[in-house]
Design a protein around this ligand. Structure first.
Ligand SMILES: CC#CCOc1ccc(CNS(N)(=O)=O)cc1
Ligand SMILES: [Zn+2]
Length: 262
């Protein structure tokens, strides 16, 4: 298993990542199980602000691990600020993690329970660091906003993404995706939990301030099923591996504090 040859299977999955990425055994790894009764209500935690500009989305792609929407990150048009963050952070990309059936698929769990999926909006600290890559290996370099997805009615805007998934069925496929504002994927209330953790995929850098919204968004089984038509493999490969269960299980808390906004 070298370079980007990690996955979610038996041989190359989360339990083997530590071989090429020893930080997998570090003390601030993500995701974690959030136990609401054991979180600390911090009245000094202010609200988060999401100022996204629909002109910054670029494309949507299949990177062999998830489906990713990339954004222009050469300016401050799409930002997250406030909450636990000392600086505003620039939106770089968002992607999803999901399962094969409704009760699991998220990465973070709440009191031991998983959601069907989890959306991650990845931002980097462009005040302190010159590039995403530099920020990604710094302890205060990244801020990832996590949003849980539960199944129920159709989500009125998710079809903008599911309608184009057929264009990125195979690993390394990419297509234009302009004019999309991820604000349409937010729940009504922005109450959150926050803690210091890591990327949940290799390189697993311990550089993430996690901000997890308490309120899930609702999407239909049918919409979520569209994600499962994606494949882990490239078009040229013989084996067809459905992209599903692309989530890392919860990691040791190691005494970390999880704070609650309210
Ligand atoms: C350094 C580096 C790099 C590659 O960039 C990323 C971006 C997002 C992710 C996904 N991590 S997660 N699931 O914690 O948001 C991993 C690597
Ligand atoms: Zn993620």
């Amino acid at each position: 298993m070298t370079g980007d040859q990690w996955g979610y299977g038996k041989e190359d999955g989360p339990s083997a990542w530590h071989i090429n990425y020893p930080v997998a055994l570090g003390n601030r790894q993500s995701p974690i199980d959030i136990v609401p009764d054991e979180t600390t209500l911090d009245r000094d935690l202010g609200p988060i602000f999401l100022d996204y500009d629909s002109c910054t989305s670029i494309n949507i792609s299949n990177n062999g691990h998830s489906v990713v929407v990339e954004f222009v990150d050469s300016d401050d048009r799409s930002m997250i600020r406030g909450g636990p963050l000392d600086n505003p952070y620039r939106l770089k990309q968002f992607h999803f993690h999901w399962g094969e059936k409704g009760h699991e698929g998220s990465e973070h769990t709440v009191a031991g329970l998983g959601y069907a999926s989890e959306l991650h909006l990845v931002h980097w600290n462009a005040v302190k660091y010159r590039s995403f890559t530099d920020a990604a290996s710094a302890p205060d370099g990244l801020a990832v906003l996590g949003i849980f997805l539960e199944t129920g009615d159709d989500h009125r805007w998710l079809h903008l993404i599911t309608d184009v998934l057929f264009m990125v069925k195979y690993k390394d496929s990419v297509t234009d995706f302009k004019g999309f504002n991820p604000k349409c994927l937010l729940p009504n209330r922005l109450h959150y939990w926050t803690y210091l953790g890591s990327l949940t995929t290799p390189p697993l850098h311990e550089s993430v301030t996690w901000i997890l919204l308490k309120e899930p968004i609702v999407v239909s089984d049918k919409q979520l099923g569209m994600f499962r038509m994606l494949l882990f493999n490239g078009e040229e490969e013989d084996e067809r591996k459905k992209m599903e269960n692309n989530f890392r299980p919860p990691q040791p808390l190691n005494g970390r504090e999880v704070r609650s906004s309210n």
